[in-house]
Design a protein around this ligand. Structure first.
Ligand code: FES
Length: 260
C-alpha cells in the first residue's frame, strides 16, 4: 500500500560533498517490500518547488519503524530538504516502485552489485539481504572524485568492495567497468544502479547474462499518472512498447528497456 505521511526525521547528516543521509520514522516503513524501492519527498511546505523529489531507500529497520535515504543536494528542492533538522517532519509518499529481486540469486551464488554516484544507496539494503540469504556479494562503486565517496566502509563489511573514481583521487582510477575488467570479476547475478552511460556499458558487456538494472529517471507524479518517466522497451514488451519507470520499475531485467 502507498501511504502519504508526515514522517519524523530521526537523523540527518552530510556524509560527503553534497550528499546527505536522512533517517525517517513512520508507518511507511512497514509497507516497504524490498531494496530498490523509493519514496517521493515534498521538499517545501509552499508551492515552490511544486514537485516531490524521488529518493531511493538505502536501508530499512523495521524494528524501529524507520528507514534511511541518501540523496544529493543539487537543485532547489533537495537543497531545501538538506536544511531540515532532526525532529522536523518530512511529507513522504511511498513506498513506490518495484525494487531488486533478491530472490534472483540463490545461496552459494555470487552477486555483483555495481553502483554509480547516487545510484549506490539502494544497493546497500540489497547487499544486506543477499548476505542474509547466503549469497556472496562483490561491490564495485563508482564516484566522480574522493570528496563524493560515501558508504565504502559500510559496503566493505558486507563483502569484497572496490571503489573507482574518475580522477583516481580515491580507490582506482577510471570507471566501474574498468575495475570489472581489470579484476576479471566473475558472478552469477548482476544488480546495478546508476547513470545511463554506466548502465549502457554494463548492458553491452553482460547482455544475455542474469541481471537487473535500476534506472535513474526524471519523474513527476511518481505514481504512474503523468508519463514524465516513460521509456521505450527493447521488444515492445508490456504490449505497449513503453514502460513507466515509476510504477513498472525503476528496476528492470537487463536488456528490457532502451537506455537512451
Ligand atoms: Fe508520473 Fe512516472 S513519474 S508517470
Amino acid at each position: 500500500m502507498i501511504l502519504q505521511e508526515q514522517m519524523r526525521i530521526l537523523a540527518h547528516r552530510n556524509i560527503a560533498k553534497d550528499i546527505f543521509e536522512m533517517t525517517l520514522q513512520g508507518n511507511i516503513t512497514k509497507e516497504i517490500k524490498g531494496p530498490g524501492q523509493f519514496v517521493h519527498i515534498r521538499t517545501s511546505a509552499g508551492l515552490d518547488p511544486l514537485l516531490r523529489r524521488p529518493i531511493s531507500i538505502a536501508s530499512v529497520d523495521t524494528d524501529e519503524s524507520c528507514f534511511t535515504v541518501i540523496y544529493r543536494a543539487e537543485g532547489k528542492g533537495t537543497k531545501l530538504l538538506s536544511e531540515k533538522k532532526p525532529d522536523d517532519t518530512a511529507d513522504v509518499l511511498g513506498p513506490l516502485g518495484n525494487g531488486f529481486p533478491a530472490d534472483a540469486a540463490a545461496a552459494g551464488e555470487t552477486a555483483l552489485l555495481v553502483g554509480g554516484g547516487i545510484g549506490v544507496p539502494p544497493l546497500y539494503e540489497l547487499s544486506k539481504r543477499l548476505n542474509e540469504k547466503g549469497v556472496r556479494v562483490k561491490h564495485v562503486l563508482g564516484f566522480e572524485r574522493a570528496e563524493k565517496v560515501f558508504y565504502s566502509e559500510q559496503f566493505s563489511l558486507l563483502g569484497e568492495t572496490h571503489v573507482a573514481t574518475v580522477d583516481g583521487s580515491f580507490g582506482t582510477k577510471g570507471f566501474v567497468t574498468d575495475t570489472i575488467d581489470r579484476e576479471n570479476m566473475e558472478f552469477d547475478q548482476l544488480y546495478a544502479c546508476g547513470p545511463i552511460p554506466m548502465l549502457k556499458a554494463l548492458e553491452e558487456r553482460f547482455h544475455g547474462r542474469r541481471g537487473y538494472l535500476s534506472l535513474e529517471q526524471r519523474m513527476g507524479c511518481g505514481i504512474g499518472a503523468c508519463f514524465a518517466c516513460v521509456c521505450h522497451t527493447a521488444d515492445g514488451a508490456e504490449g505497449r512498447g513503453y514502460i513507466k519507470v515509476c510504477t513498472d520499475g525503476p528496476v528492470f531485467p537487463i536488456g528490457k528497456v532502451v537506455l537512451a
